[in-house]
Design a protein around this ligand. Sequence first.
Ligand code: SAH
Ligand code: SF4
Length: 360
Amino acid sequence: MRIEAIRQALRDTGAKDCHVERVLRAWSQGKALDAGPRHQPADSYLPLALRKALPDLAAELSGLARLRSEHPGEDGSSRLLVELADGQMAESVLLPRDGLCVSTQIGCAVGCTFCMTGRDGLLRQVSSGEMVAQVVLGRSRRPVKRVVFMGMGEPSHNIDNVLDAIDLLGTAGAIGHKNLVFSTVGDLRVFSRLPQQRVVPALAISLHSTRAELRAQLLPKAAPIAPAELVDLAEHYARTTGYPIQYQWTLLDGINDSFEEMDGIVDLLAGKYAIMNLIPYNATAALDYRRPPLERVTALARYLHGRGIRTTVRNSAGQDIDGGCGQLRARQHEAESGGDTGSAPLKRHRSRRQGANSVV
Ligand code: SAH
Ligand code: SF4
C-alpha cells in the first residue's frame, strides 16, 4: 500500500487535509491513529466519519509490517524479521543509538556477488507504506531518530516509493533530514531526483572497489558509472546538501583489501567531503567469501587515516547472529521450504536460530 493510497482512503471519508495529515503524523510517529493534542478528546479535532474509519484502517496498517521474530545482537542492534501483508519477508534492523535500517525491496536486481539479498534477483518492490510501517514497527520497540535505507534492496530501483517514504518520515514522522540515509550502488536518477525533494536525505554510496573492472564483477548489474565519475557526482551532492557522503566498502579477504585498493581510495577521496566506512564482510555459509583478519582491517583503516581519509570500521549490525543483509530472510525461507542441504554450516545456523529471541 502506497502512502498516497492511505491518504486517499482518509480523504474518502470526507476529511479535510489537516485531518488527514494529523492521522498520518500519529501513524508515522508510532502513536494511536486518533492521537492528537494532549488532554483533548479525539471528537474535538477529528470528524466523526473519519473516526469511524480509523479502526479498520489501523488494522490494515498494522498488517503492512508484522513482527515475525526478533534476533538481538551483542552490539545493541536487533534484527527484525518482518512479514508483509502478502506473506513476503523483509528485514529491518534496530541499530544502536536510535537508528533503524529498513528494506526497500524483496530481493535485489543488482546481484552483488557477496550479498544474500541479491542472490535470487528482484522478487518485488516494497511500497512506501510498507517502508513507513517498518519504522512504525521499530518505534513500537524503541525510539527511532535515524532511518537508513540500507536493508534488503537497492533504493534507486524503487526510487518513487523510497522518496515518498522519506518525505513522510522527514515531515510528519519528525525525523531530521540528515538522519535519513539513502544507500545506493549509484544511479543517475539518484543525483537528479534527490536534490529536488522537499526532504533531501543524506547519501551513502556503496563503492567496494575503485577499479571499474572489479567493481563491475562484484556488482554485476549496477549502473555503469565509472568510480571516478560516481565520486564526482557524489561530491557535488555533498557540497550542495551540506551532508558528507558515507562511502561503504565491504571488505572481502583477498579481493578488495589490498593496499593498492586503499591507494585508489586515497586518489579518489582525498580532499572530498566524505567518510569511508570499511565494513568487514559478514560471512554466510552460502557464499564463498571471507572476512579479512582483524589486524588487516585495522591496518587498512590506519593507512587511510594517515593519508587524510576520514575512515571508520563499521561492523554490519548483528554480526554475531549471522544476520547480515538478507541472511535472516534466506534462513527463514530455507526453514519453511524444508530445505535441508545437510551441510554443517547450515546446521550451525539452525541451532543459532533456536537461540535467537523469537517474540511471536
Ligand atoms: N543496495 C544498497 C543498500 C542495501 S545493501 C547498497 O548496496 O548500498 C547495504 C550495504 O550492505 C552495502 O554496502 C553492502 O555492501 C552491504 N552488505 C551486503 N551484504 C553484506 C555482507 N554479507 N557483509 C557485509 N556487508 C554487506
Ligand atoms: Fe542489492 Fe545492495 Fe545487496 Fe548489492 S549489496 S545485491 S545492491 S542489496
